[in-house]
Write a protein that binds this ligand. Structure first.
Ligand SMILES: C[S@@+](CC[C@H](N)C(=O)[O-])C[C@H]1O[C@@H](n2cnc3c(N)ncnc32)[C@H](O)[C@@H]1O
Length: 207
């Protein structure tokens, strides 16, 4: 369940905690830097474009893209993280919104070249993910791409193995992507999965 206050308290320590996790090669953030770099490099196939970041957090990835002159839009629920991101990207279009309710009305007429989300989609149930990805797809320009990076696996079996191996620190409140479930439920989508580490990967959906 979302809890605004606890996330706000986490915001200032977030970058440090992520760093500790990926430097020590442990779940959940092992592969974090590589995952963000992979999405960054894939976006740079185009020199310009409009990007929507879902759950941008402290803007680690989006601030780099903002610095490269991409047009940045973002949605995040937690005020403290928005304040940190706003300092880094003063001209970005940042919206305070709970994406489990879809997207804010202000975005309804917008189309994007890229829609990205890193380490945020696990806050949606699997059924919500399907509906949300369908919505995101409608917001893509032709040839647009969605990149969803998170703790993620090809199959439930791989997820369960990772859970058993990390049972002491496994977060049961987070619902991680299993790509075969997405494939089964989004049959018409042109999509693929790129594993990044033993516990992370990127789902790419192309229009
Ligand atoms: C673990 S952080 C990841 C931040 C950033 N994308 C990154 O990779 O470092 C998850 C982010 O998603 C946001 N978030 C989680 N659930 C949300 C929801 N239902 N609606 C909007 N934002 C949400 C949190 O505020 C937080 O900024």
């Amino acid at each position: 369940m979302l809890n605004n206050t606890s996330f706000d308290m986490l915001a200032n320590n977030y970058d440090k905690d992520v760093g500790l996790s990926y430097e020590n090669n442990v779940y959940p953030f092992f592969g974090y830097k590589n995952l963000l770099n992979t999405i960054y490099n894939n976006i740079h196939i185009k020199d310009t474009g409009k990007i929507l970041d879902i759950g941008f957090g402290t803007a680690t990835l989006t601030k780099k893209l903002y610095g490269d002159n991409y047009d940045i839009f973002g949605v995040n629920f937690f005020r403290e993280m928005i304040n940190i991101a706003k300092e880094k990207m003063p001209n970005a279009n940042l919206f305070c919104y709970n994406f489990s309710n879809g997207l804010p009305k202000n975005l309804k007429d917008e189309k994007f070249d890229f829609i990205i989300s890193t380490y945020a989609i696990h806050h949606l149930t699997n059924i919500q993910k399907i509906e949300f990805f369908k919505l995101l797809y409608t917001m893509l320009n032709n040839n647009g791409k969605i990149f969803i990076g998170d703790v993620a696996f090809y199959t439930k079996k791989e997820l369960n193995k990772c859970k058993q191996d990390n049972i002491d620190c496994w977060d049961n409140n987070e619902i991680y992507i299993t790509f075969d479930f997405l494939k089964r439920n989004l049959k018409d989508f042109n999509m693929y999965f790129k594993p990044i580490s033993f516990c992370s990967g990127i789902v790419c959906i192309e229009k």
